[in-house]
Design a protein around this ligand. Structure first.
Ligand code: FE
Length: 367
């Protein structure tokens, strides 16, 4: 039997070591009342009541505090316990080692790369489910049914309101222009979010085009890559740089955080490449494991997460874009405007990941 643990923290810090207590989703006390009522109705209509001893086991690359309220809603309404193992790395390898004896039913990730890795490693199983197919558009799920997207997120440019005029930066490509020398901050080039973008650049501009771009961006860095997406915006607010790359939902998270609000207020969101390839979009998602000892419960949870209700919680609480087209964006996210997304198939991004990692190392992006 493996250890199930919880993980409590308030910021994006994936390298901390976990405490080893049993993970139980936090109560969703912060949910708006209307949403809670809707949770009850939606969940009650999903299935027949489950036995109290029922459970479903999740291996998650996704930080628990982001999804615990949604798991708690599922648990409250179905009586099925959701146990979570969180780890920032190694879960696919662990599933591989555990094989048919794995206690895990589902794996959760925050980018297409790991979903694709899990499928390639043979630790996922296909599922053909009418509810999932109806709620998740085909572009956000594996054609063979091995993985399913739950939310999409745009990788945007954060630009200083004081030092960058509107329209002065409009594309990822322009980040490599000499006029931005010493004015850009990014996190490590090896992080999954940066690898996803670099993989997309390879798809659009070829290996050599992407290499030149990466070298150009590196030459424009104000400091060695460090910190998470929010740390780059903080650096802009402190005057260390004028532009950064980051996922769009962090704008909402920073605006709602007393300490971080001034960081967010120092920048505006730029959706890059609106006249060209479109803004790079990645997914968070889930896959059913090959072992799946609690398969029926796992499928119930998958359906719940794709339902209007859970999708609304993702939209309202995490400021992500729901994959379910019937569910509106949060009002705050809508206020940032619409954008044209890069329509590159997610599989292409996944296929270029290894090449992207190689390029980042070859240009010594983090050095
Ligand atoms: Fe994130």
């Amino acid at each position: 039997m493996c250890e199930w643990f919880s993980f409590a923290f308030s910021n994006e810090t994936p390298e901390r070591s976990p405490d080893m207590s049993l993970a139980r989703p936090a109560r969703a006390a912060a949910l708006p009342l209307a949403l809670m009522a809707a949770v009850a109705l939606a969940a009650a209509s999903l299935t027949a009541p489950a036995r109290a001893a029922d459970e479903v086991n999740v291996y998650s690359y996704r930080q628990p505090f982001l999804i615990d309220p949604i798991f708690a809603a599922f648990e409250r309404e179905t009586g099925i316990e959701v146990n979570v193992v969180f780890a920032p790395k190694g879960l696919v390898e662990r599933l591989k080692q555990e094989g048919a004896n794995s206690p895990a039913d589902l794996i959760f990730t925050v980018d297409i790369g790991r979903l694709s890795d899990a499928k390639a490693a043979g630790v996922t199983q296909a599922i053909d489910d009418a509810t999932l197919s109806a709620n998740i558009p085909a572009q956000y799920r594996d054609p063979q049914g091995h993985w399913f997207g739950l939310t999409t997120r745009a990788r945007v440019i954060y630009a200083s309101r004081d030092r960058v005029a509107p329209g002065e930066i409009a594309s990822y490509e322009a980040l490599a222009d000499p006029e931005w020398r010493g004015r850009i901050c990014t996190r490590s080039g090896s992080h999954a979010y940066q690898i996803g973008l670099t993989a997309a650049m390879i798809a659009h501009h070829g290996q050599e085009g992407a290499r030149a771009w990466l070298e150009g961006v590196k030459a424009n860095l104000a400091r060695k890559p460090q910190g998470n997406d929010r740390a780059q915006v903080k650096a802009i607010s402190e005057g260390q740089c004028d532009l950064s790359l980051g996922n769009n939902y962090y704008y909402g998270k920073m605006l709602l955080d007393e300490e971080q609000r001034p960081w967010a207020e120092a920048v505006r969101i730029v959706f890059p490449d609106q006249g060209g390839i479109g803004t790079h979009v990645n997914i968070s998602g889930m896959a059913l494991t090959t072992a799946a000892p609690n398969r029926d419960n796992a499928v119930m949870l998958m359906r719940f997460l794709a339902s209007d209700l859970a999708q609304q919680m993702y939209a309202e609480q995490n400021f992500e874009y729901p994959v379910n087209p019937d569910v509106p964006w949060s009002g705050l996210v809508r206020s940032w405007g619409t954008f044209a997304a890069d329509d590159l198939p997610l599989e292409r991004i996944a296929q270029n990941r290894a090449a992207a990692i190689r390029l980042v190392n070859e240009v010594d992006y983090d050095g």
